[in-house]
Design a protein around this ligand. Structure first.
Ligand code: ATP
Ligand code: MG
Length: 302
C-alpha cells in the first residue's frame, strides 16, 4: 500500500506550517513568512511604478458594508461572522453551566458590527465611494489582508484564514480591462521568474445553490474571471494562485462609484494568494529554502 505522506504533513514536519487542530487554520514559521515577504517585495517591484494608493484594513469589516456587498446572496457557505457575549450576569451563569456540561454555549452569542473579511478588496469600495467622484485618471489601489472563508480542508492550499494581496482598478471599461490584461501578462512573467510552472485558465466563483449555477455560467461565458494556476497538491488539478476579475459596472452601481463625467465606474481586481504562492514555491523547489535554485533565490532575495 502506498503510505505516501501528504504535503500538509511534510509542511508540519518541516515546521513551515504549525498545526492548530483545525483544518485550514495554521501558524506559519519565520521561514514561511520570509518567503511571503520576499514575494511581496517582488510584487512591489513589478507594480510599484503604477502609483497605486496603498491601504491596509484589518481582517474584519463593517457588517453593514458586508450586507450591501451581497456576499450572503452569492457565498453564504463561506462567510464568517463575529459574534460576542452581550448578556447579563444571569446569562453568563448559564453560559458557564453550558460549557461545564459540554452543551452548546455559543447559542446566545449575538452578532457584532464586524464580519470577517472575505476578500481583501471588500472594505475598499465603500471607502472610495465616500470620497466622491473618481479623478479623470481613475483609481488604483493596493490592498493586503488576511481573509476568512469557511472551507475547511486537508489541502494546505485551501485555508480558512489566508492572505490576499490585491490591486484594484476603477475607471472606464477600456482602462480596467487593460489593467487586468497587463497583470495577467505580469503574473505569468513573475511566476516564471521564480521557476514556477504556470497556466492561465478561465474560471468562475463558487456561487451558492441552483441560481448560483447560472451566475457561474454567465461569469464564464462573459470571460469575467481568469486564474493563474500552478501545481501544488496535484499536477492534474493545479491550484489558483492568482485571479483576475472584471466586475463590469456591477460594483460601480452597487457602491455608487462615479467617474468625473458622471458615468458609473467599471472595476477590476487582481489577487495574489500569498500562502498558495509560498506553497507552490515549496512544492516546486523543496522545503529547504537554502537548496532552492540560485536564480530563484536571486529574484526573491537579491
Ligand atoms: P478557488 O477556486 O481555489 O476556491 P477562488 O476563486 O475562490 O479560489 P478568489 O476568490 O479569486 O479565489 O481569491 C483570490 C485568490 O486568493 C485566489 O486566486 C487564491 O490564490 C487565493 N485563495 C482563495 N481561496 C483561498 C483559500 N481557501 N486558501 C488560500 N488561498 C486562497
Ligand atoms: Mg474559493
Amino acid at each position: 500500500m502506498d503510505m505516501q505522506v501528504s504535503f500538509l504533513d511534510r509542511l508540519f514536519d518541516a515546521g513551515l506550517l504549525i498545526e492548530t487542530g483545525v483544518d485550514g487554520l495554521y501558524g506559519r514559521s519565520g521561514q514561511f513568512e520570509d518567503v511571503i515577504a520576499a514575494f511581496e517585495r517582488l510584487i512591489d517591484s513589478v507594480g510599484g511604478a503604477d502609483g497605486a494608493e496603498a491601504m491596509r484594513f484589518p481582517p474584519g469589516m463593517n457588517r453593514e458594508f458586508f450586507e450591501t456587498s451581497g456576499y450572503m446572496k452569492s457565498f453564504p457557505q463561506l462567510a464568517g461572522t463575529v459574534h460576542s457575549f452581550c448578556g447579563s450576569e444571569l446569562d453568563h451563569m448559564s453560559l458557564l453551566k453550558c460549557m461545564e456540561v459540554g452543551e452548546d454555549w455559543t447559542k446566545g452569542q449575538e452578532a457584532t458590527d464586524i464580519v470577517l473579511t472575505p476578500a481583501a478588496c471588500y472594505p475598499l469600495y465603500p471607502t472610495v465611494a465616500r470620497r466622491g467622484k473618481l479623478p479623470k485618471s481613475g483609481g488604483l489601489y493596493d490592498l493586503q489582508s488576511y481573509c476568512f472563508r469557511h472551507e475547511p480542508s486537508k489541502d494546505p492550499a485551501r485555508q480558512q484564514l489566508f492572505r490576499m494581496r490585491e490591486y484594484v482598478c476603477m475607471g472606464t471599461e477600456q482602462h480596467v480591462t487593460d489593467f487586468r490584461q497587463r497583470w495577467m501578462d505580469r503574473g505569468v512573467e513573475m511566476m516564471k521568474s521564480v521557476g514556477l510552472d504556470v497556466a492561465i485558465d478561465i474560471a468562475n466563483d463558487p456561487f451558492f445553490g441552483r441560481a448560483g449555477k447560472m451566475l457561474a455560467n454567465n461569469q464564464r461565458d462573459q470571460n469575467l474571471k481568469f486564474e493563474l494556476l500552478i501545481p501544488i497538491t496535484s499536477t492534474a488539478k493545479p491550484t489558483a494562485c492568482m485571479s483576475f476579475n472584471y466586475h463590469q459596472d456591477a460594483f460601480g452601481t452597487k457602491w455608487g462609484l462615479y467617474l468625473e463625467d458622471g458615468s458609473t465606474a467599471h472595476t477590476a481586481c487582481v489577487g495574489f494568494g500569498l500562502e498558495r504562492i509560498a506553497l507552490a514555491l515549496f512544492h516546486t523547489h523543496g522545503l529547504d529554502v537554502k537548496a532552492w535554485p540560485e536564480s530563484v533565490r536571486a529574484v526573491l532575495w537579491g
